[in-house]
Design a protein around this ligand. Sequence first.
Ligand SMILES: Nc1ncnc2c1ncn2[C@@H]1O[C@H](COP(=O)(O)OP(=O)(O)OP(=O)(O)O)[C@@H](O)[C@H]1O
Length: 440
Amino acid sequence: SSNIDPMIALIPQEADRAAQSLLNKLIRSNLVNNTNQVEVLQRDPNSPLYSVKTFEELRLKPQLLQGVYGMGFNRPSKIQENALPMMLAEPPQNLIAQSQSGTGKTAAFVLAMLSHVNPTNKWTQCLCISPTYELALQTGKVVEQMGRFYPEVKLAYAVRGNKMERGSKIQEQIVIGTPGTVLDWFLKLKLMDPKKIRVFVLDEADVMIATQGHQDQSIRIQRMLPKDCQMLLFSATFEDSVWKFAERIVPDPNVIKLKREEETLDTIKQYYVLCNNKEDKFSALCNIYGAITIAQAMIFCHTRKIASWLAGQMSKEGHQVALLSGEMVIEQRAAVIERFREGKEKVLITTNVCARGIDVEQVSVVINFDLPLDKDGNPDNETYLHRIGRTGRFGKRGLAINMVDSDHSMDVLKAIEKHFNKKILKLDTDDLDEIEKIAN
Ligand SMILES: Nc1ncnc2c1ncn2[C@@H]1O[C@H](COP(=O)(O)OP(=O)(O)OP(=O)(O)O)[C@@H](O)[C@H]1O
């Protein structure tokens, strides 16, 4: 039912998924590189396939073009090249689009919503539903940025905590919200008329269906909308369950898919350092910091306890350290990630659990203070790759340093080295000249 608090309805693993998605948005400052080919499936195979290489070709309202350039976008991203012409076509086309996080989906549908609004009509015309409060706010920020030069268009949030009076009418043309509150606004409070919605966006479909109750609520919302309402659905992944859901939400869809780019270790220089204990590892770290200039680094620890100990030690040495820890609520984690992204802190120390699924493309140095283990204590190759790997042939070069402090961790290192068939070189951190060399 719609009065379940969405946060309570999230079972932990799914809460993680929404949190991951949010933190990824926050830590990213740029488009994610993807060299794969976009797959396009048109509903009407006889109609010409439009794609654009410039934003001018889209004939956007000047205020919106200004908004796009104001955000620093020069040209459409890969997915936008195909998605934007479809979404902006007359008559409007329905679309299901899948591409990994960071490829420009949000920017694309925000532009579509802003383009379809009639600002003289003071009622809700575009509706976007997101899996969580935080994700809804994040999308709202993009609407505000892109619509900066189009102030007649207003935005409201249908999220828990935004208390509205029954019977009043929402005048904002764009509403972004979570499914439960949106249903309440339609049915219980009658704040909006579903029949007047012209564009419906369902964002993060994969996260949405992982949250109990959201799938049914989304379908109920969709059924209230007019037949000719444009339906758009976005997802970062495309398991069968997502696809089945997508087909129920979006009738007669065009489909755009961009395969996730594989991560590789090809552009990464990997080293290990032999130590005896955690104090030893800390002094090795200090030596490394003393020898080379590290713009920003991420340091992974096995437990919260080690992570906070290390954060304390590094602070004492004068480093600006941020700590991402498991007991923090999502708002706190988001704040830490944002400060790190803005460069206010140069070192981000975190545990595995906390940072799982977070992309750290812009971090040039990754230090495994502890090597990644799965829950059975075995080498966790996948996590290792995700921590230090980079996507794309043009991915920036990176440096990874692994701290080894026991026979067991040496075995783990050897197993990882063997798995990827990529040499991990030994580094003597007492030899300053040697450390300096690895930075070049
Ligand atoms: N055409 C573009 N040119 C340059 N940067 C862009 C462009 N489109 C989007 N971006 C930027 O790239 C980043 C990712 O875009 P966006 O958030 O739209 O991706 P996404 O696929 O929706 O991923 P997520 O769902 O994780 O947010 C953002 O920082 C955004 O401002």
